[in-house]
Design a protein around this ligand. Structure first.
Ligand SMILES: Cc1cc2nc3c(=O)[nH]c(=O)nc-3n(C[C@H](O)[C@H](O)[C@H](O)COP(=O)(O)OP(=O)(O)OC[C@H]3O[C@@H](n4cnc5c(N)ncnc54)[C@H](O)[C@@H]3O)c2cc1C
Length: 411
């Protein structure tokens, strides 16, 4: 039987594993390796960060979810991919040096949060990007009694997109921040949280970005709407701020600029997953992201696919692009294995709903201008908040099998 090995168990890896099984049934043996026993629904970690949800409520138990669909699960930490001999090495809690062979591989390990690029992170850094970070953020917000808060993102260590994959040029480009959606969402969530706590009047908020403005991946007109919103709320805005250091009461950029911050809430710098360093090097570009064609096949090793944040093509790093790339990859695989299947065309679109759950509203963004399109929508409505809630519930109901996610993403 053909062996498919999927590395990573979040949006991209889960979509790949479920889609492969749906399309290929018993003719394929699917195994997924992930380093945690559960898959955390990342978008709602922000809700955990402001204390209105528990991280445990957004965890899919991978062993039961996958085995119920006939997919094998290994709880282990992948350490390297040898694409020349079709082998992946990994460790588990009991063994250091395991190896597993594959016929086809899906590399969906995402990107790494490069907190080591920020001096002082361990003492003062705060974020909501992973369950433990989100819980720690809530602990700090609970104690916050007023002062300065800075919200922004670190740099994206993307490399130069060299070599480039074999796909239309406009699908991928250099960007300063890997994903500023969570920053935007936090800028909506934090003020109502502080208001409820009674300390909003005693707090000054600064929004910063490493880019020439926040959200440079959407149109100028849409950005202006966001900036007007920030001005109306009295936020300071600081652009071209490439954070290098966090101190007790300030953050410092690489060129010595400072922003007052008793609490700095940051989307950490993104960089390639550590596994890349110990893997066949010509799978990746100079930033460590995998170089593929438009069906997500590695150019040099066509039995290796890369989906989601680990693929060079996906910018910004978004769940909606992760599920889309995983679906396309497995449609391609089904055809190669003799099951005629329509292969979707990759249609990059920046779709995100920035939730404001304490005020029962949300702002949706739907924008294709980064890719040369003309769609540019920013829309606030209570219905968007319901959509975001539904998005999370759908992930949990389906154990991360996001077949209909495209209907839940935009406004
Ligand atoms: C706070 C936050 C909120 C977001 N909100 C949204 C949103 O609302 N909508 C949206 O579309 N996108 C959102 N995003 C972006 C989205 O979460 C990512 O684009 C998406 O998670 C990428 O999916 P992925 O499967 O490619 O990678 P990841 O989500 O990074 O998953 C990688 C998986 O691989 C595992 N892994 C990593 N290394 C190893 C290893 N060595 N061995 C074994 N397992 C390993 C990880 O534990 C993880 O399960 C958000 C991002 C953040 C940080």
């Amino acid at each position: 039987m053909v062996r498919l090995l999927v590395l990573g168990g979040r949006f991209a890896g889960l979509t790949a594993a479920y889609t492969a099984k749906r399309l290929l049934g018993d003719s394929i043996d699917v195994t997924l390796i992930n380093d945690t026993p559960y898959s955390a629904f990342r978008p709602n970690m922000l809700h955990v960060g402001i204390g209105i949800a528990k991280a445990e409520d957004y965890e899919v138990d991978l062993n039961s979810a996958l085995t119920a669909k006939g997919i094998n699960f290994i709880l282990g930490r992948v350490t390297g991919v040898d694409a020349k001999s079709n082998k992946v090495s990994y460790s588990t809690k009991d063994t250091e040096d395991e190896a597993i062979e594959y016929d086809y591989l899906v590399f969906a390990l995402g990107a790494k949060l490069g907190i080591e690029h920020i001096k002082g992170w361990n003492e003062y850094g705060a974020s909501a990007c992973e369950p433990e970070l989100a819980k720690a953020l809530y602990a700090r917000l609970e104690k916050f009694e007023g002062g300065n808060i800075a919200i922004g993102s670190g740099l994206f260590y993307q490399g130069t997109l060299t070599p480039r994959g074999n796909y239309p040029k406009n699908w991928s480009t250099k960007i300063d921040s890997a994903c500023e959606g969570p920053v935007f969402e936090l800028s909506l969530m934090i003020p109502p949280f502080l208001k409820k706590k009674g300390v909003l009047d005693k707090t000054h908020i600064t929004i910063f970005s490493p880019g020439e403005e926040i959200l440079t991946d959407i149109s100028k007109e849409s950005r202006n709407i966001v900036k007007t919103m920030y001005s109306n709320q009295g936020f300071d805005m600081v652009w071209n701020f490439k954070i290098k250091e966090i101190d007790k009461d300030k953050i410092i950029s690489d060129d010595g600029k400072e922003i007052k911050a008793d609490l700095a809430i940051i989307l950490p710098p993104y960089e390639a997953n550590d596994v890349v360093k110990n893997s066949t090097s010509d799978l990746f570009d100079d930033g460590g992201f995998m170089v593929t064609d438009e069906h997500m096949r590695s150019l040099n090793y066509p039995n290796v696919y890369s989906c989601g944040d680990s693929n060079q093509m996906t910018v910004p790093k978004l769940g909606a692009l992760a599920t889309q790339t995983a679906r396309i990859a497995m449609q391609d695989l089904a055809n190669r294995l003799g099951v005629p299947t329509k292969i979707d065309s990759y249609a990059p679109d920046i779709i995100c709903i920035a939730d404001n759950p304490l005020e029962n509203t949300a702002i949706s963004i739907d924008d294709t201008t980064l890719y040369g399109g003309d769609k540019s929508i920013v829309q606030a409505s209570p219905a968007n908040h319901i959509k975001k809630e539904l998005f999370a519930k759908y992930f949990m109901w389906t154990n991360g099998d996001m077949v209909l996610d495209k209907y839940l993403g935009s406004g």
